[in-house]
Design a protein around this ligand. Structure first.
Ligand code: GLP
Length: 271
């Protein structure tokens, strides 16, 4: 897997990467859809703005895309402004030509969450698996809503959110912790690791500790982000703030690359 430091706007780089990956997949498999796994959260709003811009300027046609979102809050109506259904409508679906039947988001209101999660796994399989899964990371290292302790083999399921995650997300609920849902439906780490390729984005100081733990530890369930180390084609892309607590040797590695090639878009280290 690769650890990478962004030297240009990370949202623009990620959007351009999705475009390039989709185009190369579709030129090799013109009859197949391009299956893309998608996240929500503050980290990726810029990436979505750039994807919408690609569509508006005619640079990217989304009609061959089939999307699967990572997660959704449980017991929050889809019409609630902070549901991930609403988020996706606002940030992506209202601005690009992905057909409604090609967009998949877990139903957090499902009366039988287990059946809903099993059907989601089946839909991913039926679509031929995910080509590229893009995600953010929680400040405690969670991926999707796989909190610390989630098995690396976990599949789509209903989970309880940690206090830390609920506190981090309270900013989206008017800083009212009591308004943040206590449970969610999420893809599992096993579901994520099944993707052909994974791109995880880490932006801001809040993520620096999780990124630093990631670089210094073997894969461990106490930091779900470390699951990426088990994947042959994964990248963790950070901005300078998320990289601010890297161990000295890694900092020096990236500093040296930056000095040698100040124009590069990103700097990569194969781990
Ligand atoms: C949320 C989401 C994750 C997201 C993470 C980071 O709880 N379930 O999928 O990656 O936390 O969110 P943000 O980008 O807002 O920091």
């Amino acid at each position: 897997m690769k650890l990478a430091l962004a030297n240009i706007n990370l949202g623009l780089w990620a959007a351009a990467y999705i475009k390039q990956t989709a185009e190369s997949f579709l030129s090799a498999h013109p009859q197949e859809p391009f299956t893309l796994g998608l996240p929500t959260g503050g980290t990726v709003t810029d990436m979505y703005a750039n994807l919408r811009l690609f569509y508006q300027t005619g640079a990217l046609d989304f009609s061959p895309f089939v999307t699967f979102n990572m997660d959704e809050y449980a017991n929050l109506l889809p019409a609630h402004p902070q549901s991930y259904h609403s988020y996706m409508q606002r940030h992506l679906f209202s601005g690009v030509n992905i057909a409604p039947q090609n967009r998949h988001i877990l139903d957090g209101m499902a009366t039988d969450p287990q059946a809903e999660c099993a059907a989601y796994e089946a839909a991913i399989r039926q679509a031929g698996g995910i080509q590229l899964f893009v995600g953010g990371v929680g400040r405690n290292g969670h991926l999707a809503f796989n909190e610390p302790g989630s098995p690396f083999t976990s599949r789509t399921r209903k989970v309880e959110l940690t206090q830390d995650t609920r506190e981090a997300n309270a900013r989206f609920f008017g800083h009212r912790l009591d308004k943040v849902p206590t449970h969610a439906l999420t893809i599992g780490l096993g579901t994520l690791l099944d993707a052909q390729e994974i791109l995880i984005l880490a932006v801001g100081k809040q993520k620096a500790q999780a990124v630093s733990t990631f670089t210094q530890s073997e894969p461990t369930v106490s930091c779900p982000l470390t699951a990426l180390k088990l994947h042959p084609n994964a990248m963790l892309l950070m901005d300078a703030q998320a990289a601010s607590l890297l161990p000295k040797d890694l900092k020096k590695y990236f500093d040296d690359l930056q000095t040698k090639n100040p124009e590069a878009a990103i700097y990569c280290l194969e781990l």
